[in-house]
Design a binder for this molecule. Structure first.
Ligand code: GDP
Ligand code: MG
Length: 783
């Protein structure tokens, strides 16, 4: 509970003081020390300020200040008496026991550049298995976990990666607001030791913020391997922030890190000290004037370090201005700021934020020059050599396409073996059932509805696991970032950035996280376009259908047709992107830097973990929405019972299928195909499970495999429902039409409007029909 919440006469013990360093220091100097008893003497008429008694003297605080002090209320009169009668020394023991529990919760926030290993550390600390990836934008939300260490409860939060605390991207804004609103007790600034110059930039900003923090020098294994020598203790002393080398991937140093966090938390770490990163004489002079002015604005001073706000204001930061806007005297400060900005940029002839950044990089370079001896060999030698080939103008593309082709080949050809095993397992099960169970509705339900539907989809688990394994390997190794790099030019032709490329490739796995990953894209319009074209990236839910139809009708050219479908999706995406750019967002985009993180060989464990997590999700989908859909489809097909004896009467499903049939006829769909497409709207796997249910009861002598059943002659039309042309048209339609429910929801959420979700449904479905029509007609001509 907060001190401000107490009433007149209440007694409490101080547990924790929140906020930035200067504020904490001032309140501590006033006597609000951890473990001290405090009595509320009296509220002013408007409860502000409030008068308190600490020990034997009185102090008054504003309610907002009291709100930054966490306390434990003491109700027991005996305890109160012993607190208030004891001398300074004994009081500590009594109070200590009262605040212990409260005080033993440590809120820690992990902050660092993208890709520096925050999530790895988070997983290592808390035993979670969040996905780690070797490019920016994997973590887009805060994740919280609780664990224990040395009798303390740690509440640890993994925040999105950010290069700075400016507000250019949603991540930066998110992290900044998080720090403002949640005031974590200790910040763990995770730093990539192999890339100190850039990573320490954020550190300098956190130093400006004046919060308690520890720097975790991650990837120290790589630094060591490079042969560089680094006196991190000296650096920590210089900047006033303790530094602990760690290897998040193996857990090395993590124990020490936690101990250091505790020392900082308990204010016993000898290295902790607040320093000012020197920004040069002129800027510093301007800052002093602004800081003085800000000191007259209690609303700001309480929550932020005035120097930090002053720097941000000078940089022209919008968020800082907004924070200030509500406070008294804001206009005067903004006016002063404008005046100082004009003066400074005249003086230096360059933008203030560039001056500030330059000064900070100078600070970092200086600090490193003193503490680090460069490695004898360039650490990035290997990376550079590989990059020369992989991102080569001529070789880059063939290599990329070869890798993609290999992935599809592996998904299809290697996946065939385990798929056959599962398939024979499913067959065995239904045979067993046939023998064991008496005829009737229940048997039909289980055999045709459940095993036919769910069994039809579950056999594709290996294919999907292989696909996921490959994608996660590309992400973790750093190749994905290269792929984005070589695609940058191409993406620009489409009106997008290389940065859009990663979410698009992720879409091959699942469109939902891919759409979330677009948050890393700074430009609003690029982000929107990337979201809208993402459903054309053929996700893994569509793989079962491809495997089924390609295996049945195009087994001789499997990988080719398979890749062809993906390429078709990509072409449609490209076309759509160009269209949207032309029609809706004609504005030019600002350029930005693309990074090339060093290559890392992903641990087998992390790749397998990630793959397995996806597998579990897939199985859950099986047991949930796909199971339900299979049963519903089966029931609609089974009832009314009279349809069994009377061939003239249609089942419910047949009626539905025949109603939409006229629309689907031109693209070569049978009524069963139409029903399957309709049923696939909640989740695209349901297309296959529906086919499984619909094509099961055709013949008395049911051929074993679903593919065979699709091929067999339909007694009503005298020819098979599916041949090559129909199969192709069907796959194209399923590839492009209305995104699945989860994706539609993701689009609505990420664009912040249902309009784009609705657009996606209508546009994609119309387009799917047109492309399927063209495909079907051309295919018919060819056969
Ligand atoms: P985040 O996005 O900043 O949270 O970073 P991740 O935790 O996703 O990690 C990025 C990459 O760095 C992954 O490929 C990790 O396997 C790798 N990584 C993380 N910690 C270490 C480490 O201590 N040493 C090495 N060599 N690699 C690491
Ligand atoms: Mg992460």
């Amino acid at each position: 509970m907060r001190l401000s919440e107490l009433n007149t006469g209440d007694v409490c013990v101080v547990a924790k003081i929140l906020g930035h360093g200067a504020f904490r220091k001032r309140v501590i100097e006033m006597g609000f020390v951890k473990g001290r008893p405090v009595r509320v003497l009296q509220h002013a008429p408007l409860r502000d300020p409030i008068k308190y008694a600490i020990m034997n003297y009185e102090v008054s605080l504003r309610a907002a200040e009291a709100n930054m002090i966490e306390v434990v209320k003491v109700d027991d009169p005996a305890q109160i008496a012993s607190l208030e009668s004891a001398g300074t020394v004994e009081v500590h023991d009594v109070a200590e026991s009262i605040v212990r529990d409260r005080h033993r919760i440590v809120n820690v926030a992990l902050i660092g550049n993208p890709n520096c290993g925050k999530t790895s550390l988070y997983n290592e600390l808390s035993g979670a298995s969040e996905h780690v990836g070797n490019y920016s934008g994997v973590t887009v939300d805060a994740k919280l976990r609780v664990f224990h260490h040395k009798g303390y409860t740690f509440r640890i939060v993994d925040l999105p990666g950010t290069y700075s605390l400016t507000t250019y991207s949603p991540e930066e804004l998110y992290v900044r607001r998080y720090l403002h609103d949640n005031t974590p007790d200790v910040i763990v600034n995770v730093v990539d030791s192999t890339n100190l110059e850039r990573n320490l930039y954020l550190t300098t900003e956190l130093i400006d913020m004046d919060r308690r923090m520890v720097v975790a020098l991650n990837m120290f294994d790589e630094l060591r391997r490079s042969g560089a020598r680094f006196d991190y203790e000296m650096l920590g002393g210089m900047v006033g922030v303790p530094m602990v080398p760690i290897v998040a991937r193996t857990g090395e140093g993590v124990e020490k890190l936690l101990d250091t966090v505790l020392e900082v938390y308990n204010d016993v770490q000898p290295n902790v000290r607040h320093i000012h990163v020197n920004l040069g004489a002129d800027t510093e002079a301007a800052l002093r004037r602004l800081v003085d002015a800000l000191k007259g604005v209690p609303g700001i001073q309480r929550r932020f370090s005035p120097r930090y706000v002053a720097i941000k204001l000078l940089e022209g930061d919008r968020e800082a201005e907004n924070e200030l806007a509500g406070c008294e005297g804001a206009d005067g400060i903004i006016a002063l700021r404008d005046e100082l900005r004009a003066e400074l940029s005249q003086l230096h002839g360059e933008d203030i934020s560039a001056q500030v950044a330059g000064a900070k990089y100078g600070f970092i370079a200086g600090a490193l020059a003193e503490t680090m001896t460069a490695p004898p060999v360039d650490t990035r030698e290997v990376t550079r050599r590989v990059d020369n080939v992989v991102t080569n103008k001529i070789l880059g593309f063939p290599i990329f396409f070869a890798i993609m082709f290999f992935i599809f080949w592996a998904t299809f050809v290697l996946g065939q073996y385990p798929m056959d095993w599962i398939e024979s397992g499913v067959d065995g099960l239904s045979e067993l059932l046939n023998r064991m169970m008496p005829d009737g509705v229940l048997k039909d339900l289980i055999a045709d509805g459940i095993i036919g539907g769910v069994g039809g989809v579950i056999v594709f688990l290996p294919n999907i696991l292989i696909l996921y394994f490959c994608i996660s390997f590309m992400e973790d190794s750093g190749y994905m970032a290269r792929a984005a790099f070589i695609m940058d030019k191409v993406m620009h032709r489409v009106g997008l950035h290389g940065k859009s490329f990663i979410p698009l490739v992720m879409g091959f796995g699942c469109n939902v996280p891919a759409i979330m990953a677009t948050r890393a894209i700074e430009s609003h319009s690029s982000r929107l376009i990337t979201i809208l074209i993402n459903p054309f990236m053929s996700c893994s839910a569509r793989v079962p259908l491809y495997v089924l139809l390609v295996g049945t009708f195009f087994s001789a050219h499997a990988a080719l047709v398979f890749s062809g479908l993906y390429v078709a999706g990509i072409l449609v995406a490209v076309m759509t992107a160009r269209l949207l750019r032309k029609l809706l967002f004609r504005k030019e985009e600002t350029p930005f830097v693309m990074e090339l993180p060093p290559y890392r060989i992903p641990t087998l464990r992390s790749s397998l973990l990630h793959t397995w997590a996806k597998g579990v999700e897939y199985l859950k989908k099986m047991g949930g929405i796909i199971l339900v859909a299979s049963i519903v489809v089966w029931a609609l097909n089974y009832f009314p019972l009279s349809s069994h004896d009377n061939p003239a009467q249609d089942s419910y499903l047949e009626s539905i299928g025949k109603t939409v049939q006229p629309v689907m006829e031109p693209i070569g769909f049978s009524w069963r195909g139409s029903v399957a497409a309709l049923a696939g709207v909640p989740a695209k796997e349901i297309v296959v499970s529906t086919l499984g249910v619909l094509y099961t009861d055709d013949e008395a002598v049911a051929p074993a495999k679903l593919g065979e059943r699709l091929r067999s002659v339909n007694p009503h039309t005298g020819r098979p429902d599916f041949s090559g042309a129909e199969a192709l048209s069907f796959m194209v339609f399923i590839l492009l039409y209305c995104p699945c429910l989860a994706t539609v929801m993701a689009i609505a959420r990420e664009t912040g409007s249902w309009r784009w979700a609705a657009f996606s449904i209508v546009y994609n479905t119309l387009l799917a029909w047109l492309v399927a029509f063209a495909t079907y007609r051309v295919a018919l001509l060819c056969w």
